[in-house]
Design a protein around this ligand. Structure first.
Ligand code: TRP
Length: 336
């Protein structure tokens, strides 16, 4: 039996931060051993909100370099650029024509982003989950590792696949494979440094709210020093009154590679004045090798391009096959 397949991606918008690493990329590094992994930069999704053309390609390279610097091995996993495999956009169109509008209008992430955008909401923002469904279904993955916030998009993906199968396939010969989500455990949900109830996010206007993976040691130390805390004595996990305390202890556990119990024990009597420098130091040390590798990669375009070219070939070989299967089921003639 071959390996099971996973697929996931991140949008190349802005700098990647500790939340992206601890919540997503680090899990992929483990998964690539056991699964055949397809990991991409979702640059078509990146233009669903206003974007800067001067940054798009550069950000895409940066995310690729970050994947590799964090431990994704291009020999084991396939790393590719979404826009380089045109089957994504094409399948999204076909899905558009079988997806009811009201399925999209009830997407929570659309509603949240649309409120932020005000007047300037594009059809692309509404259509975002349909493109995501195409991203996924093209590769027929067994599992899709995503965060809790992407669960609804994954359900939509399954619904689109089931609808296409129902309308154009037969019970015995379904056209598309319906994937399962792989939602990571709660421990890896990294929250904002300025509000322990909000996710650490690229789109938070405050730079202080997150640790970027490329932050210099001084910036990391400063951000942890200013991170929101509470006036209580002693540190503890799982106290709903103390979301910041829970978040910072969890970060420490993840970055130090220690168990929750060990950290609870170690920090029980600590004050913030003692804990924050310890956390900052641990983060600096954990990020150091990643940052070194990242700079090397960003200085070696030839290598990065080779990885992405190879990724494009491997991804395209699968994606265009699935696309052809769908077009055939919908009754299209073959290109002459
Ligand atoms: N929407 C995902 C996010 O913001 C990114 C994404 C796009 C994705 N296409 C995907 C994730 C396909 C998993 C599979 O995190």
């Amino acid at each position: 039996m071959g390996k099971q397949r996973i697929l996931s991606g991140i949008q190349p918008t802005g700098n990647l931060h500790l939340g992206n690493y601890l919540g997503a990329i680090r899990n992929w590094v483990e998964l690539q051993e056991e699964y055949e992994a397809f990991l991409f930069m979702a640059d078509l999704h990146a233009i669903t909100v206003p974007h800067d053309p001067a940054q798009l390609a550069e950000n895409t390279y940066k995310v690729a370099a970050t994947y590799i610097a964090c431990g994704i091995d291009p020999e084991k996993a396939t790393i590719f650029v979404q826009s380089h495999v045109s089957a994504h956009a094409e399948l999204a169109w076909l899905f558009n024509c079988i997806t009811p509008l009201n399925w999209l209008e009830r997407m929570i992430q659309f509603k949240e982003k649309a409120i932020k955008q005000g007047e300037n909401v594009s059809i692309g923002l509404l259509d975002y989950p349909v493109l995501q469904a195409a991203d996924i279904l093209l590769y027929e993955p067994d599992r899709v590792p995503v965060g809790e916030d992407q669960k609804q998009h994954l359900e939509l993906t399954r619904d689109i696949a089931a609808r296409l199968n129902h309308q154009f396939g037969t019970e015995k010969a379904p056209i598309l494979k319906i994937p399962e989500p792989l939602i990571r455990e709660v421990g890896a949900r990294v929250m904002s440094l300025t509000d322990g109830t909000k996710k650490m996010s690229k789109s938070d206007p405050s730079d202080q709210s997150r640790i970027d993976l490329t932050d210099a040691p001084e910036a990391i130390i400063r951000k942890f020093k200013r991170a929101k805390t509470d006036p209580l004595r002693g540190l503890e996990f799982d106290n709903p009154e103390r979301p910041e305390c829970h978040n910072l202890l969890s970060l420490y556990a993840l970055l130090a590679g220690k168990s929750k119990q060990a950290v609870a024990e170690e920090c029980r009597e600590m004050g913030w004045g003692q804990f924050k420098p310890l956390l900052a130091e641990t983060a600096v040390e954990a990020l150091r090798p990643i940052q070194t590798r990242y700079s090397e990669l960003m200085d070696d375009r030839t290598y990065l391009e080779k990885v992405l070219r190879q990724g494009n070939e491997r991804a395209g070989a699968i994606a265009f096959q699935t696309l052809a299967k769908v077009k055939d089921a919908l009754g299209y003639s073959k290109p002459l």
